[in-house]
Design a protein around this ligand. Sequence first.
Ligand code: UDP
Length: 415
Amino acid sequence: MPENATATLAAYEPIAGKSVVDELRQLAGRLAGKRILMVNSTRKGGGVAEILIRMVPLLAELGLEVRWEVVEGSEPYYKVTKKFHNALHGAAELFTQEMFDLFLEVGRANAKRIPLEADFVFIHDPQPLPLVEMRKRHPSSRWVWRCHIDVSRPNQAVWRFLQPFILQFDAAIYSTPAFAQPLKMRQVLIPPSIDPLSDKNRDLPQEEIDAVMRRLEIPRDRPIVTQVSRFDRLKDPVGVIEAFKRVRRSVKCRLVLAGGPATDDPEAEEVLGLVREQAKGNPEIHLLMLPPDSNIEINALQRASAVVVQKSLREGFGLTVSEALWKGRPVVASAVGGIPLQVKHHHSGLLVHSVEGAAYAIRQLLGNPAYAQRLGENGREHVRENFLLTRHLVDYLLTCLTTQYADETIFLDGS
Ligand code: UDP
């Protein structure tokens, strides 16, 4: 299969189950020929792009007309949207009127540039929110805001600014109830998903894993602890290094921090600088700056790891957790954002709340491989049940149907 080609739907039957694929076909039959537009802020880097890359071709295979558009902006605009992102997660950020004006100006320029004709428009995260001002030109279309981040405790200045846009949508989707805001509108809960057949997650032969690790120059002489994440403060790469240094006092192991650039994240360089500083002089810490589309590399790294860490301070869903669990890897992850949906403490991984807690949990798993293996196996089944792309697609199609017929009862047998 060529890189990033989407497997056809039938290939999901043995993995996700025939019933969910049948359900998908049945639902899609009700929406045949409908036009869906997805709009987000980047084609590469980060969880939203990761999901759309896989979801868009499958929706097309299901008979829908799907387009994926990306808002474009300048460096100063990306700085503002990054501040919005942090502030919506609750960080104390200061905003000026110029920042709000720039957000609007770029948003409106994108609204003019992007063709918005569609039956269903899914706006992902805050960046493309101003596009909704144009919906009056397309009276029959339905607009859904797909919020991937935790907006339960947002910075009020930014939330007050965004709310008038959000209220113009027909529905808002959150990943978990804990992320939601009380708004007078239809609200839907849909956790994200991973694609078990993508290059990021499909089975890899051992020789391929070994070859990737050789190419990345990661020695296999000791167990490997890995975090895969953008170099972002909220992913706490420095905290991961601190935890590793504590573990290292008593257990021989290596740490891999694998990240890469996201076009919409101007802070990455600065965070990488801090990480380099912390890792300096420690040959057991391997920093990997991976190019976008390093899917096989990430797949192999996760598979070659004795423990996968996700020590975020704040998190959206945290796709990297499901990616690791799907590979049967034991996971140590912070109890933030959508991570507790994926990691049930002592069942499908270990949840932690601090550097010390992370160090303790990593040591526990490195010291008890049978226990670690059991957590990983449980994790894989938990992901199979809850976080595969097929279930996610069912939820999107149901959202289209229920938004389209908001005031009617739908019978799936077509009556
Ligand atoms: N990822 C990647 N390359 C990197 C870092 C991350 O491909 O260098 C992927 C990672 O495997 C996952 C996604 O980007 O699929 C990150 O999603 P997540 O929900 O964990 O975090 P986000 O970046 O959206 O905050």
